[in-house]
Design a protein around this ligand. Structure first.
Ligand code: BES
Ligand code: MN
Ligand code: ZN
Length: 503
């Protein structure tokens, strides 16, 4: 889709759908909305009077102009209560407008949304949010659709109309940034939604390889089972034993010209299918377990976006990729694995496999002496119980880093919520026969996951992001269709953008 930014009068825009926003109970109507209302013979006033449209967040109304304006339709979107306005509200409104426009058959959209009747220094940020919300909302996963949706009308262009006398260069940069980020999110969503039989660890490795091929400064290294044996990656070898799909340990290194210092390591859980193994999962909902590689897919998307944005940082992307299956060769409850770090782990439940492969992924990362280690993982079902679908659970050893992650979450709309990692929890994974066991009791499931990972990061600043309850969306959101959400990329890019050279 093409995105343009131009100055001018939205009223004069020749387009299939002109998008304007309205706050709840915003009276008098802002000048642009008032002008449209007048041109449409009080069509907007009528809607408001009938309470068909109130301006609430998530609301949208379509008005046909019947030649009274150069635009064929006007799409009115609610911005919610003015005193509750956030940048994410705007992103959502843009998303809602976009899907409404598509539903109405519009190919070209012109948006007056970022203006909000004022010119201010936040305009680039708003342009970016509108472009991002639009692109993210219009994403569809069509790989296996042969009829219906495949041939449908789609939106082809978005023109952002801003007031005259506005400097366009920063706004065009902002729109370009949104395109890069939304492109990376779409790439990741595609991977997450792909069935596990079409995206095995080997396929994921090939995806990483071709990603690196197209990017200057990006290198890839893929370890096969033999190499993992040499490195004594007991977690990887144990979990993958039950599957006929061989494991892959994927390492991406991004080193832009001139970037100094140690890298920041991003480690993503990449279980291409999690059946639970011998501790097999119930069949209801098991089909969703293709999304258990969402952490790794988000790492790939982040590397892709970081490179396209030319972030001046060294990055390491690590994807321990396996399939967790039951079979005669599978690892079993009671088995004891020795992770790459030397730490021994009693396997109580083969379904707590993510932490076992991350043990090797995190330890491998420490060999680079990274400035920080950030892992993303669909690690625990308990995450949905603790924070539900609107937050990523964050835990870690470095409060300053957690604080920055929290701020990046607010700015990107991918918000995080911290859970404690106090020493008291350590006793939950004590084993009688090994250094630790891979499950706790019935309590604090998400915390226990992080407690388990902690010894494998050494002294490096570390944050763990449990994305189990945010990586897959079952009820469509304003800018996230059902399916793989691509969560994590916007958060990490926001975090990395604020990272100085010396930190
Ligand atoms: N991949 C799952 C966690 C998960 C569950 C993600 C539901 C998304 C939706 C993970 O490997 C797992 O099975 N965790 C177990 C851990 C338990 C055995 C300690 C869980 O959460 O039940
Ligand atoms: Mn599992
Ligand atoms: Zn899993």
């Amino acid at each position: 889709m093409k995105i343009q930014v131009k100055t001018g009068d939205p009223l004069k825009e020749k387009t299939d759908a002109l998008v304007v926003g309205l706050f709840e109970e915003e009276r008098p109507l802002p000048p642009l909305v008032e002008a449209i209302d007048r041109a449409l013979q009080r069509g907007i006033t009528d809607l408001l009077k009938a309470k068909t449209f109130k301006g609430g967040s998530g609301e949208a109304a379509v008005l046909t102009t019947q030649g009274r304006l150069p635009a064929k339709r006007v799409i009115l979107v609610g911005l919610g209560k003015k005193d509750q306005f956030t940048i994410d509200r705007l992103r959502q409104a843009a998303g809602k407008a976009a899907t409404t426009a598509r539903g109405a058959g519009a190919r070209r959209i012109a948006s007056a949304l970022p203006v909000l009747s004022q010119i201010d220094r936040f305009l680039p940020e708003r342009v970016r949010a509108v472009a991002e919300g639009t692109l993210l909302a219009l994403y569809r996963y069509l790989r296996y659709k042969t009829d219906e949706e495949a041939g449908k009308v789609d939106v082809e262009s978005l023109t952002l109309v801003v007031p005259s006398r506005t400097a366009l260069a920063p706004l065009r940069r902002a729109a370009r940034e949104a395109e890069i980020i939304a492109g990376a999110v779409s790439f990741t969503r595609d991977l997450v939604s792909t069935p596990s039989s079409d995206l095995t660890p080997t396929d994921l490795a090939e995806t990483a390889r071709s990603l690196a091929r197209g990017v200057r400064g990006m290198r890839v290294k893929i370890l096969d089972r033999r190499q993992m044996e040499r490195l004594k990656m007991g977690g990887m070898l144990g979990v993958s034993r039950g599957s006929s799909q061989p494991p892959r340990f994927i390492v991406l290194e991004y080193r832009p010209a001139g970037a100094k210092g140690k890298p920041i390591a991003l480690v993503g859980k990449s279980v291409t299918f999690d059946s639970g193994g011998i501790s097999i999962k119930p069949s209801a909902g098991m089909e969703q377990m293709k999304y258990d590689m969402s952490g790794g897919a988000a790492v790939l998307g982040t590397m892709k976006a970081a490179a396209a944005l030319k972030l001046p940082l060294r990055l390491l992307g690590i994807l321990p990729a396996v399939e967790n299956m039951p079979s005669g060769t599978a690892y079993k409850p009671g088995d004891i694995l020795r992770a790459m770090s030397g730490r021994t782990i009693e396997v109580v439940n083969t379904d707590a496999e993510g932490r076992l492969i991350l043990a090797d992924g995190l330890h491998y990362a420490t060999r680079y002496r990274p400035r920080a280690i950030i892992d993303l993982a669909t690690l625990t079902g308990a995450c949905a119980v603790a924070v539900g679908n609107y937050a990523i659970a964050v835990l870690g050893t470095d409060e300053k880093l957690i604080d920055r992650v929290r701020k990046a979450g607010e700015a990107s709309g991918e918000r995080v919520w911290q859970l404690p990692l106090w020493e008291e929890y350590d006793q939950l994974i004590k084993s009688d026969v090994a250094d630790c066991k891979n499950t706790g009791d019935k309590t604090a499931g998400t915390i226990v996951g992080a407690v388990f990972l902690k010894p494998f990061v050494g002294k490096h600043p570390w944050v763990h992001l449990d994305i189990a309850s945010t990586a897959w969306v079952e009820n469509e959101r304003p800018y996230i269709p059902k399916g793989g959400s691509g969560v994590g990329i916007r958060l990490l890019i926001e975090l990395l953008k604020g990272w100085g050279e010396k930190e």
